[in-house]
Design a binder for this molecule. Structure first.
Ligand code: NAD
Ligand code: UFG
Length: 341
């Protein structure tokens, strides 16, 4: 029951560590702390009452990874989050993204092959679908040319995993996340964006708390009900639970193929204005925002069909948009309290 979680001190990784621990797994975290902080481990311990094993290390360093597998010979499953994720930065520095996201994954897979470790869950993204004609998006929707080097790393990693699963005992679940938002109910872990956030939810909460002056809504002339873009916002705790279900699915051998993809979303689309409205409702605060021009590269609307995950993994999103915004707001206030102390 020992699971290695790469990138386990990051945003989605930390919530996933909690869910695995609460499901009775022994968790080993490896993270190089490039985009997260070591005290996340303390906060996880506060939530679950158990401290996960934590090794600071880089997945591109094969020796370091091998040492971790030597130290924890019971590791049977790997959940792989460690990667860079900033779309804009990936356009400016594509090699950085290809080297870490693809190079790191290949490194890990080589070690898994040597050590006969079979169960692997990968963090993919709905970005692999690009701009779609038909909604909601099912897993049969064709994967298209990626819109950014970051998106391309997800597409290429899925192909690498598919090819490797064909010639080895590797069994893969690739989870295509829609838009992860929110934070743990405890307010102890959440997203820690570095610098000015690119994503909507942290920009909203940072504006409300006074770190940013005003939110710009990127375009209100799209062909959507209120003119703003539509996304499928999935609560990070629901998302984290999907990883536990994915490992259980691989453990119990109910799969036909060694490579399986699942959409992980709510099945609902919400516009930017609806997200703002939800935030204002749950926080009781008016948000300072203005309408600005469209952001280059934004898809107009996308939301998931998640029946496959429900029918095969036994997973379904349980939380709604209000819950996402409420927990994100609680987390932002927690960060403010921390900065004062
Ligand atoms: P995050 O940056 O909070 O977490 C990633 C963690 O990986 C960080 O703690 C970072 O320090 C670590 N890391 C990066 N490179 C590493 C390396 N070479 N060795 C060891 N550790 C390394 O990001 P997140 O939002 O938690 O995303 C986790 C995964 O989910 C990523 O693969 C990301 O691409 C994917 N994903 C995220 C989103 C999203 O909107 N957050 C959407 C779709 C997919
Ligand atoms: N938005 C604004 N103002 C902002 C930030 C965002 O109006 O300041 C809008 C965007 O235009 C978009 C929506 O809010 O319509 C959501 O934008 P995000 O940046 O939060 O999310 P994206 O859908 O653009 O992208 C996210 C991740 C990517 C990932 C993708 C699919 O950032 O890494 O989801 O998983 F690839």
């Amino acid at each position: 029951m020992e699971v290695l979680i790469t990138g386990g001190t990051g945003y989605i990784g930390s919530h996933t560590v909690v869910e695995f621990q609460q499901a009775g797994y022994d968790v080993v975290v490896v993270d190089n702390l490039e985009n997260s902080q070591a005290d996340v481990i303390d906060h996880i311990e506060k939530i679950t009452g158990t401290r996960p094993h934590f090794e600071i290390g880089d997945i591109r360093d094969k020796q370091a990874l091998n040492n971790i597998f030597e130290m924890y010979p019971e590791i049977k499953h790997v959940v792989h989050f460690a990667a860079y994720k900033a779309v804009g930065e990936s356009v400016q520095q594509p090699l950085k993204y290809y080297e870490n996201n693809i190079g790191g994954t290949i490194n890990l897979l080589e070690i898994l092959q040597e050590r006969h470790i079979q169960n692997f869950v990968f963090s993919s993204s709905c970005t692999v679908y690009g701009e779609v004609d038909k909604l909601p998006v099912t897993e049969d929707t064709p994967v298209v040319k990626a819109m950014s080097p970051y998106g391309n790393t997800k597409k290429i990693c899925e192909e690498v995993l598919y090819d490797q699963s064909k010639i080895s005992n590797l069994k893969v679940v690739s989870l295509r996340y829609f838009n992860p938002v929110g934070a743990h109910d405890s307010g102890l872990i959440g997203e820690l964006p570095v610098g000015i956030p690119n994503n909507l939810a942290p920009f909203i909460t940072q504006t409300a708390i006074g770190k940013r002056q005003s939110l710009t809504v990127f375009g209100n002339d799209y062909p959507t009900p209120d003119g703003t873009c539509v996304r499928d916002y999935i609560h990070v705790v629901d998302l984290a639970k999907a990883h536990v279900k994915a490992i259980q699915f691989l453990m119990h051998g109910k799969y036909h193929d060694h490579f399986n993809v699942f959409n992980i979303g709510t099945g609902r689309g919400n516009s930017v204005l609806e997200v703002i409205e939800s935030f204002e409702k749950v926080s009781g605060q008016k948000l300072n925002y203005k309408i600005g021009p469209r952001r280059e590269g934004d898809v107009v609307q996308i939301y998931s069909a998640c029946e496959k995950a429900t029918n095969i993994l036994g997973w379904k999103a349980e939380r709604d948009l209000d819950n996402c915004m409420e927990s994100a707001w609680k987390w932002e206030r927690h960060l403010k309290d921390l900065s004062k102390s």
